[in-house]
Design a protein around this ligand. Structure first.
Ligand SMILES: CC(C)(COP(=O)(O)OP(=O)(O)OC[C@H]1O[C@@H](n2cnc3c(N)ncnc32)[C@H](O)[C@@H]1OP(=O)(O)O)[C@@H](O)C(=O)NCCC(=O)NCCS
Length: 337
């Protein structure tokens, strides 16, 4: 049987760092300790002014190629998950194909999802490989939410960081590796995490006053707006249901999962989830203190760090679960090879 597996993962972080003391200096009502206690984040990386999704994704892919001796000529398809593309059109994945020297015979497409983007991209990659359309897919994630963040909005500045990742998904003869894929969508929550003036529906020039402006922020027209409590409530509701479905579909018991790698939204929320789901501390990954919430990149960065630290080894069973903007969620069980 043709099965898809994750064969390697790598990541890239931009150079500039935004620390809790940088934020506390601007907002003295939030101390360094308070930010870190509430979010579990101490520092985040911020893309340079002239650094965009394609630049970061290319850096992540080059690192992956170098570390795993992958020839770009062998890549047959690129999927990029981003909500901060270089342009509305063309697709950023097309620009990346050229920058990486991947053959013109390859496919390349963007998908526009945030915190669930990695698991959706993996689901698509599995479909492409197992249906025999291609023998490998380069799955990329890259987001520069910092470019949407109003510097006066401390609630989102504390949480989000920029990053990119690269994962190679390829054919494997050793049996099914990715199973239990479960998706979920509730667009009625679209307004809970949104760039209200982005896109065409409310073009900036004619933009009416948006929610961030009602919060009296000095809007530049592209501000990210987050209703934190709404996202919190959504997550607490859908994640336990999704977890149950993934386990049932994969025919795996919860105690057979070695590591739970959820979207790293913020430590406050992850802690609530872990307790609610009754998952042991040592199996539940919290890996965000030095990078923050990097949107579609949090899960692959956590996987890559676990491999680096020798905590994720072949034969282990990992449960991945992404959730957030959309609202959208999805997850799967991965037998690590
Ligand atoms: C953002 C979030 C952490 C705020 O938590 P909350 O308990 O709802 O926060 P509240 O606004 O009720 O504030 C409670 C206290 O925490 C403080 N606080 C809130 N956000 C904070 C932050 N980012 N850093 C430091 N302190 C924060 C408030 O100032 C308040 O302090 P006080 O008790 O001294 O007055 C929470 O709503 C959440 O986890 N939401 C999900 C957001 C998310 O993960 N988004 C990513 C999308 S995937």
């Amino acid at each position: 049987m043709n099965s898809a597996k994750i064969s390697s993962v790598s990541y890239y972080l931009p150079e500039r760092i935004l620390s809790n003391s940088d934020i506390a200096e601007l907002f003295p009502e939030w101390s360094v300790e308070k930010i870190s206690a509430k979010t579990g984040i101490s520092t985040r990386h911020i893309a340079a002014t002239d650094e965009f999704a394609s630049d970061m994704a290319v850096n992540a892919a080059k690192k992956l190629f170098h570390e795993n001796k992958i020839d770009p000529n062998d890549i047959e398809y690129i999927i990029l998950s981003t909500q901060t593309p270089d342009y509305y059109l063309p697709s950023t994945a097309c620009i990346i194909q050229d920058k990486l020297g991947v053959p013109t015979s390859s496919g390349a497409t963007d998908i526009t999802l945030g915190c669930s983007g990695y698991v959706y991209a993996l689901g698509l990659a599995k479909g492409l490989v197992e249906s025999g359309q291609v023998s490998n897919v380069l799955v990329l994630t890259s987001d520069t939410y910092s470019k949407f963040i109003n510097e006066a909005d401390k609630s989102v500045r504390t949480i989000f960081g920029d990053a990119a990742t690269a994962t190679l998904v390829e054919l494997d003869a050793a049996g099914e590796s990715i199973s239990g894929i479960t998706y979920g969508t509730d667009g009625s929550g679209a307004k809970s995490l949104i760039v209200p003036n982005g896109g065409l529906r409310k073009g900036t020039a004619i933009s009416p006053r948006s929610e961030p402006m009602l919060r009296e922020l000095n809007s530049n027209g592209y501000d990210l707006y987050m209703d934190g409590p709404d996202i919190f409530n959504f997550t607490i509701k859908v994640v336990p249901e999704a977890l149950g479905k993934i386990l049932t579909k994969a025919d795996v018991r919860k105690d057979e999962i070695d590591l739970f790698v959820f979207h790293q939204a913020n430590a406050f929320m992850l802690d609530h989830l872990r307790k609610k789901l009754e998952i042991e501390d040592e199996k539940f990954i919290v890996s965000m203190s030095d990078i923050g919430n990097t949107v579609s990149s949090t899960i692959p960065i956590a996987l890559s760090k676990l491999v680096e630290e020798d905590k994720l080894k072949p034969g282990m069973t990992v449960l991945l679960l992404g959730f957030g903007v959309g609202l959208s969620w999805g997850g799967m069980v991965v037998k690590w090879r």
